[in-house]
Design a protein around this ligand. Structure first.
Ligand code: DGL
Length: 251
């Protein structure tokens, strides 16, 4: 594996940009290939086998591109497939996002907490293990079916209507919100408008640090001291998506 090769990063759409943003803070000199699988989204309602197959196709593409590490910037894919992928592809490191529920345990244990994630993440074995290990008995798990889709669409009215309908019952009752889907950090303001003042927990900054540690440990940090490149691939060749991706990355 070569230090100057790219890091592959993927999600079911552009949501994983919230992970890439944090990674760029820590590792600005790396080259990235971002794969948005919009042809197959949402991942949140798919079976384990379906997600494994979709992930495998993306991983094969990254391997053809000689990527030196793979970031799973999708909680659903991470929860369902990371173990399968690690067993199948033993020569490449996988770094996967997961809902930052342990952080609530470490920093805000006694407080009421709302975990927002896809149905797939909430029902997964991996998340259930995490949840039962760190359960503070003041937590509500809320599967947000369809929310990632409308964030992907970028329709502000639909987002506001959805949040009003689903989060209104928790207004003023919640202290912490775990953003358990990589699309959700894009709508923090809108979430706060409905829930009132809350503290957000997002696993992305920790993933970025962890990625850096893994690359350091494997002596894979890009040694060229210049800003890296970002290549964007969308599985449905959606030009609009590409435009939006680069707009958000520049913000
Ligand atoms: N962004 C993905 C996640 O973090 C899921 C979105 C989807 O359902 O496709 O879980």
């Amino acid at each position: 594996m070569n230090k100057n090769e790219a890091i592959g990063i993927f999600d079911s759409g552009i949501g994983g940009i919230t992970v890439l943003r944090e990674i760029l803070e820590v590792l600005p000199n790396e080259n990235y290939i971002y794969y948005s699988d919009s042809k197959n989204n949402p991942y949140g309602d798919k079976s384990d086998d379906q997600i494994n197959e979709l992930c495998e196709n993306i991983v094969n593409l990254f391997i053809e591109q000689k990527c030196k590490a793979i970031v799973i910037a999708c909680n659903t894919a991470g929860a369902k497939s990371v173990q399968y992928l690690r067993e199948k592809y033993t020569n490449i490191p996988f770094i996967a996002i997961e809902p930052a529920y342990k952080m609530v345990h470490d920093y805000a244990y006694n407080e009421s907490t709302l975990v927002l994630a896809t149905k797939g993440t909430i029902e997964s074995e991996k998340f259930n293990l995490l949840y039962h290990t760190y359960d503070n008995h003041k937590t509500i798990l809320l599967p947000c079916i369809g929310l990632a889709d409308i964030i992907e669409e970028g329709n502000e009215d639909k987002i506001k209507t959805y949040l009003k309908e689903h989060l209104e019952p928790y207004r003023g009752k919640i202290k912490n919100v775990v953003l358990g889907c990589t699309h959700y950090p894009l709508i923090q303001e809108e979430i706060q408008e409905v829930l009132g003042q809350v503290t957000f927990f997002n696993g992305a900054p920790y993933l970025a640090k962890h990625l850096q540690e893994v690359l350091e440990e494997k002596n894979l940090i890009n040694s060229k001291g210049i800003k890296g490149t970002i290549q964007f691939i969308d599985s449905s060749n959606d030009e609009q998506k590409k435009k939006r991706f680069f707009e958000i990355i520049k913000e």
